[in-house]
Design a protein around this ligand. Structure first.
Ligand code: GDP
Length: 470
């Protein structure tokens, strides 16, 4: 019924090649898992895996664990188990065999080589998940969530990417897509088949339905702030003059002694970056060189880098020594911070010593000022404030569909803008076919979001971040 919908990426694609890779991390372990997927997976594994029962491996029922030997040129390399997952009931949607062997580095590699010699090709990074997506087993948002799950640094990320949360987002996107598709189909049906006895959508009903869809999109878009904070992380920079306690705070938030802390000024010269967690918020945290005028060329580069990080940050943690009178360097930083629109938290450190009232008074113009003792290792007030700034308290990660990536947010923003254009076009009385061209753009953006219609470039970008074997 809808003649003009784009579809750059055919669904349920089938692959000719059979690929294999070690799916467990490299190194010594109890066991290793080697996955082989594709039309010849069972035949290829049957050339090198021989059940101890003496039976033909290729006749093994699906999802049955078989114990046997892995052999190359008649020589036994290892013993282990193998399971066949026949299409479409496998992760990739195609025939897949998983061999579990001993987890030594060389033995695992030898089993992999045996499978390659038997006819499989090496699987590039993310290939199994890419196949799952292309064969319609996963949506693109699912695949993205799996990528985040593999890199998860905290439980909030795990909860956001768990299968329930993935399903919620997929269902919600699918629902909104289908409702828009129904509206567009009804409009085109009336245009393309004017003689058929089809019920006409009244302008009022049309506006109501599109407005409801727009409200749904707004609702989803509003979840991205929280999703971004948990899933992608807030780009956070710690700044301050030398010796105020920046590296101590960095170590406190990272949970270990990563940055060197000394009483000597200028110890941190370059920018140190790590992922840290503040409550449910993931921080891409940077510790920087102390801001001061210096003749040391290396330190000067460090100071320039600190300033560059500050300008591109989403959150500035500005540290001052609350136990000492403010210096000219402090004053220069305060003047700079007054000019910025980036959310800033002023931290008056060394509160275990006496905090000077005049230092506190110098920050009256700032909204977020906390006293802190990085040395006594408590940052609860800071954590609570960061959560308040970046997590929407009305959103429950356990039962809300939440956008988790900039790509999803951009596609949905595009869809929302096109929907507004079309609502305006309908309101100004433009003919239905003209006004609905914007609806098609909205539909295209939604299709791109969950991968119904998506360019190869986007797909490759997402799967290139996966590891080999996933
Ligand atoms: P940075 O140069 O700003 O990174 O500061 P550091 O983290 O290296 O700390 C400089 C000095 O201040 C070190 O001797 C720290 O042990 C000390 N220091 C840091 N935080 C505190 C604090 O909360 N209380 C006290 N008393 N000393 C601190």
């Amino acid at each position: 019924m809808l003649p003009r919908q784009r579809s750059k990426q055919p669904k349920k694609m089938h692959f000719n090649s059979t690929v294999t890779a070690i799916s467990t991390p490299p190194g010594k372990g109890g066991v290793a898992l080697i996955r082989t997927s594709g039309p010849d997976a069972v035949a290829i594994v049957s050339r090198c895996f021989f059940p101890r029962s003496g039976k033909d491996f290729s006749a093994t029922p699906s999802r049955t664990v078989v114990y046997g030997d892995i052999e190359r040129d008649g020589e036994r390399i290892d013993d282990g188990t193998a399971v066949i997952f026949r299409a479409p009931h496998s992760y990739t949607g195609e025939d897949t065999v998983e061999i579990t062997c001993h987890g030594g580095v060389l033995v695992t590699r030898a089993v992999l080589e045996t499978l390659l010699l038997a006819g499989a090709s090496p699987a590039p990074a993310g290939e199994f998940t890419r196949r799952a997506f292309l064969s319609g087993k996963l949506t693109l948002t699912d695949a993205e969530a799996i990528g985040t799950l593999l890199d998860a640094k905290n439980y909030a990320q795990i909860r956001l990417c768990a299968s329930d949360a993935r399903d919620r987002l997929s269902r919600r996107l699918s629902d909104v897509h289908d409702r828009l598709l129904t509206v567009v189909s009804e409009i085109y049906a009336k245009i393309d088949f004017p003689d058929e006895d089809l019920a006409e959508l009244s302008p009022r009903e049309l506006t109501e339905r599109l407005t409801a869809i727009a409200a749904d999109l707004d609702n989803l878009l509003s979840t991205y702030k929280t999703g971004h904070a948990i899933s992608e992380g807030i780009k956070t920079v710690i700044v301050g003059r030398p010796n105020v306690g920046k590296s101590s705070l960095y170590n406190l938030l990272c949970g270990d002694d990563y940055a060197i802390v000394t009483e000597l000024e200028g110890t941190t010269r370059d920018v140190l970056e790590r992922t840290a967690t503040a409550g449910r918020v993931t921080l891409s945290l940077a510790d920087t060189a102390g801001l001061r005028d210096t003749d040391d060329p290396v330190e000067r580069i460090g100071v320039e880098r600190a300033r560059a990080h500050m300008q591109s940050a989403e959150l500035i943690l500005a540290v001052f020594d609350g136990s000492q009178p403010l210096t000219d360097e402090d004053a220069a930083l305060i003047a700079e911070l007054k000019q910025t629109d980036i959310p800033t938290v002023i931290l008056l450190n060394k509160s275990d010593l006496h905090l000077l009232p005049e230092v506190r008074a110098a920050f009256d113009a700032f909204t977020h000022v906390l006293s802190l003792s990085a040395k006594t290792k408590t940052a609860d007030a800071l954590t609570a404030l960061i959560e308040k700034l970046f997590i929407d308290g009305d959103i429950s990660v356990n039962d809300t569909a939440i956008l988790t990536s900039a790509r999803q947010f951009a596609a949905l923003t595009h869809a929302r803008a096109a929907l507004s254009d079309s609502l305006r076009a309908f309101a100004s009385g433009l003919p239905a076919d003209v006004a609905s061209s914007d609806l098609e753009i909205a539909l295209g953006a939604l299709s791109e979001l969950d991968g119904r219609a998506v360019s190869e470039e986007i797909v490759s970008g997402i799967f290139s971040k996966f590891c080999v074997g996933k």
